[in-house]
Write a protein that binds this ligand. Structure first.
Ligand code: CA
Length: 232
């Protein structure tokens, strides 16, 4: 089944190019030209991934992102302008999984889309026959079901957040730099911004930890990076 990508972008010529390129790669696309329509399609049309521009009529991309995240875990890639450095971080804070800086190349966009699609990872899991659960004190990470459960309660994580928890939990006690994590979890070595990692860790802590300022799962190694607590 072909993956359905929702494009939320008000510039018709950009939409047309993206649409053309995605269809060439075998994706199905649906388009929205303003924020309200985008939100509605994102909630009702069950897309596999959402490309989300920031400057949009009716409702801006940040607002759309925030509202989508209240009910769906669909991967969201923000389309940001090069000069809007702060937008990248804000988008991630609001629950986007990734961003692509305009102007972007066709190849880059496709690469990011593929990296963010859940399917890729499920294929990897099937190939490696990994069907396991990681237990750490009162936390259970169910790899095949993409679930993190704390004290019997499912914690809602985005795909990227889950991937980061999984990666670190599978290597408990091992410290990774933010650059390492960008490469290993996000899957890119190029122009990745290490703040992406910090923001994602912060978001995970807010969901996972009883006291996010005093974490017990994903730990900071000051001046080095992050690691998953080995537990007691
Ligand atoms: Ca725009």
């Amino acid at each position: 089944m072909s993956k359905k990508i929702l494009i939320i972008e008000d510039e018709k010529n950009i939409v047309d190019i993206i649409k053309h390129n995605l269809r060439k790669e075998g994706f199905t696309t649906i388009e929205a030209y303003d924020g309200e329509q985008g939100l509605a399609l994102g909630l009702n049309e069950n897309p596999d991934l959402i490309l989300l521009d920031i400057m949009l009529p009716k409702m801006d991309g940040f607002e759309v992102c925030k509202k989508l995240r209240q009910s769906v875990n669909t991967p969201i890639i923000m389309l940001t302008a090069r000069e809007e450095e702060v937008d990248k971080v804000l988008g991630l804070e609001l629950g986007a999984d990734d961003y692509v800086t305009k102007p972007f190349s066709h190849r880059e966009l496709i690469a990011r889309i593929k990296a963010n699609l859940r399917r890729t990872d499920i294929d990897d899991i099937t190939a490696n026959k990994v069907s396991e659960k990681i237990q750490c004190d009162n936390l259970v990470i169910d790899i095949s079901r993409y679930e993190v459960i704390r004290d019997g309660e499912v914690i809602e994580l985005t795909l990227r957040e889950f991937e980061l928890v999984k990666f670190l939990a599978q290597r408990q006690g091992q410290i990774f730099t933010r650059e390492d994590l960008l490469e290993k979890v996000w899957g890119y070595e190029y122009y990745g911004d290490v703040r992406t990692v910090d923001v994602t860790v912060r978001r995970i802590r807010e969901k996972l930890e009883r006291d996010p300022s005093n974490p017990q799962y994903i730990m900071t190694k000051r001046g080095v990076g992050y690691y998953f607590n080995k537990g007691s």
